[in-house]
Design a binder for this molecule. Structure first.
Ligand code: ADP
Ligand code: MG
Length: 627
């Protein structure tokens, strides 16, 4: 016996120990999920064998019928899950059953809520399913052999789930994996054929290979297939009940809630394929990782090819789950080939359209559900405007924004709603971007719009800055920032402002702006009179073609070195403070006031003062002069 075939005792990785501890002590209220996880692993193992077997026929050995077998033994108090899938080599056993390879474990611990039922539902999503065996078992044995390896290279793994396990190389005539659970006293309810069958029915009906159990009854021989074992998407959609779709969704997604909606299509003709796609109700933990695993699995003629098929949908639809089953792709297709495959291209664009149509319908028919969707996935959808220029208009139709038309942050409007409400003569869709709802809603830039009853969209997601830059217009209406450039309300400007515009030529005011400009020379690019304010004395605006003030803040906050553009200070000539200041002769006091005007404008748009202490000091010296 060589060094790497003898029996050795190894310690679990620290994370695994923590996890086992948790399984044993905290997740015992929902014990039955262990079976779902073991069956899911067995099914994955079968899928992988089928896939590798496409290149290497001999992997099937003399046993081509893939299936999963569940048994129990009342005397030994064991439940066994057996598969003839891909199996594991000794190294794979150590890597897979002694450590947590994926980054999932940390996120798993962070996601725990303390609610046992919820927490146990999380297991499948984080790639830690195998360890759930220890919820019900005081000892677990795994016998396995990797397909293609000689029978002497089987592996026997044993652990009591405490801190160690042993591995030993053994003889395994059959490929695949057998997991034997020695049940704890508290888990003996699972030594019951009917109980096991009902759990399999509940969680694993949509596993597309047969799950068999020995027939019940002392004298019975043979076995029963206990799941439906039919790929759901191949059935006629008229015959599929909503509950069946929902259960299928749960097996493909590892989610535990029903999906929001689904679309199931069989395409025939030049290209033949079936797609069954779901919109989840909840966000997965890695939604913000653009590299996260995508949720659509690719099958070719019912054979599983790969999950995480990124090519089947664009990144901005990465939350969609489901399957695509093609009749036209070659069975030996690889990830590399997928990337420039014409068939995949066509399927991708059709699936994208199908999802956008599904969402459009949802928005029309079930606004409440759509609202939930938008709250969960809206920010991801917005990426589409940047990624997919040809879909901008379709996507924009689905977007929802906060608006001055609504009283609360929760109520949102669509661009179509906005356009329907536009005032006669209004040429643009107006928006303001800010860090949060309160800052946006109370922005001094909105004063004139409020006065004239013009709606303004309140954009508060960081991505909104990019969104408006790329979208630029909708239904031929330009999107226009209320904080950029000179305000041109076009036909909406009333008579009076025409006269006032002349008045701005007024010498005293001109003198005043010049004086403020001199004081603030370092801080602003220009000082000018504005008509956009009614209540505030001043505000800051960016150049028409500049980056925009809020965008600068975002980039700066994210640590990017950007040349800061100096803002333009706009002053409200009708404001009493401005009136008073024009007559201020004391240069020091005038200087303090001018700086305060600038600083309060900066504060009211959510900006940060470079010298807050200086601001407070200036303010205090003015307070002290109050009589
Ligand atoms: P996940 O299934 O999400 O990867 P698990 O904890 O359920 O996480 O399983 C860990 C790994 O152990 C699997 O990825 C797989 O490589 C291996 N494994 C578990 N069960 C089997 C099995 N029945 N056959 C082959 N490999 C298995
Ligand atoms: Mg698993």
């Amino acid at each position: 016996m060589t060094a790497d075939t003898k029996k050795e005792a190894l310690g679990f990785q620290t994370e695994v120990q923590q996890l086992l501890d948790l399984m044993i002590h905290s997740l015992y209220s929902n014990q039955e999920i262990f079976l779902r996880e073991l069956i899911s692993n067995a099914s994955d193992a079968a899928d992988r064998l089928r896939f590798e077997g496409l290149q290497e026929d001999s992997l099937f050995e003399d046993d081509p019928e893939l299936k999963i077998r569940v048994e129990y033994n009342k005397t030994q108090k064991t439940v066994t899950v057996l598969d003839n899938g891909i199996g594991m080599s000794r190294q794979e056993v150590v890597d897979n059953l002694g450590t947590i390879a994926k980054s999932g474990s940390r996120q798993f611990f962070e996601s725990l809520t303390g609610d046992q039922t919820k927490d146990s539902q999380l297991i499948g999503q984080f790639g830690v399913g195998f360890y759930s065996s220890f919820i019900v078992a005081e000892k677990v044995e795994v016998f396995t052999r990797r397909a293609g390896l000689p029978r002497e290279e089987g592996v026997h793994w044993v652990s009591d789930g405490k801190s160690e396990y042993t591995v030993e190389t053994v003889d395994r005539p059959k490929r695949g994996t057998k997991v034997v659970l020695y049940l704890r006293k508290e888990a003996k309810e699972f030594l019951d054929g009917y109980r096991l069958r009902s759990i399999i029915g509940k969680y694993s009906d949509h596993i597309s290979l047969p799950i068999v159990m020995p027939k019940e009854g002392k004298d019975e021989k043979g076995e029963d297939t206990v799941n439906a074992a039919l790929a759901l998407w191949t059935r006629n959609k008229k015959d599929i009940k909503d509950e069946e779709y929902n259960e299928f969704y749960k097996t493909v997604s590892h989610d535990f809630e029903d999906p929001l909606c689904h679309v199931h299509t069989r395409v025939e003709g030049k290209l033949e394929y079936t797609s069954l796609l779901f919109i989840p109700a909840r966000a997965p933990f890695d939604l913000w990782d653009r590299e996260q695993r995508h949720g659509v699995k690719l099958y070719v003629k019912r054979v599983f090819i790969l999950d995480d098929a990124k090519q089947l949908l664009p990144p901005y639809l990465r939350f969609v789950k489901g399957v695509v089953d093609s009749d036209d792709l070659p069975l030996n297709i690889s990830r590399e080939i997928l990337q420039q495959n014409k068939v995949i291209e066509t399927i991708r664009s059709a699936c994208t359209k199908r999802i956008l149509d599904l969402l459009k319908k949802l928005a029309q028919k079930e606004p409440d559900k759509y609202k939930q969707f938008w709250q969960t996935f809206g920010r991801v959808m917005k990426e589409g405007v940047i990624d997919a220029p040809d879909k901008r208009e379709d996507l924009a139709k689905l977007f929802r924004f906060k608006s001055t038309h609504e009283d609360t942050e929760e109520e949102t409007v669509s661009l179509d709603d906005y356009i329907a409400r536009m005032k006669e003569g209004q040429k643009a869709v107006y928006y303001v971007t800010a860090e949060n709802y309160a800052t946006a809603k109370n922005s001094p830039h909105l004063e004139i719009f409020r006065k004239k009853g013009i709606e303004v969209l309140l954009l508060t997601d960081p991505i909104d800055e990019w969104l408006v830059a790329h979208l630029a217009e909708y239904q031929e209406k330009p999107l226009s920032s209320v904080t950029k450039g000179e305000l041109d309300l076009g036909d909406l400007a009333d008579e009076k402002s025409g006269d006032e515009a002349e008045e701005t030529g007024n010498e005293k005011l001109e003198e005043f702006t010049k004086r403020v400009g001199e004081v603030l020379d370092e801080r602003v690019k220009e000082v000018r009179i504005t008509r956009r304010l009614t209540e505030s004395p001043a505000c800051l605006v960016a150049d028409e073609y500049g980056m925009g003030r809020h965008m600068e803040q975002i980039l700066k906050a994210s640590g990017q070195q950007i040349p800061m553009e100096k803002p333009i200070l706009e002053i409200n000539p009708d404001h009493p403070i401005v009136g008073k200041l024009q007559d201020e002769e004391d240069e020091t006091r005038f200087g303090d006031w001018a700086n305060i005007l600038f600083e309060q404008a900066l504060l009211s748009e959510g900006g940060q003062l470079e010298d807050p202490a200086g601001f407070v000091h200036r303010l205090n010296s003015i307070f002290l002069e109050l009589k």
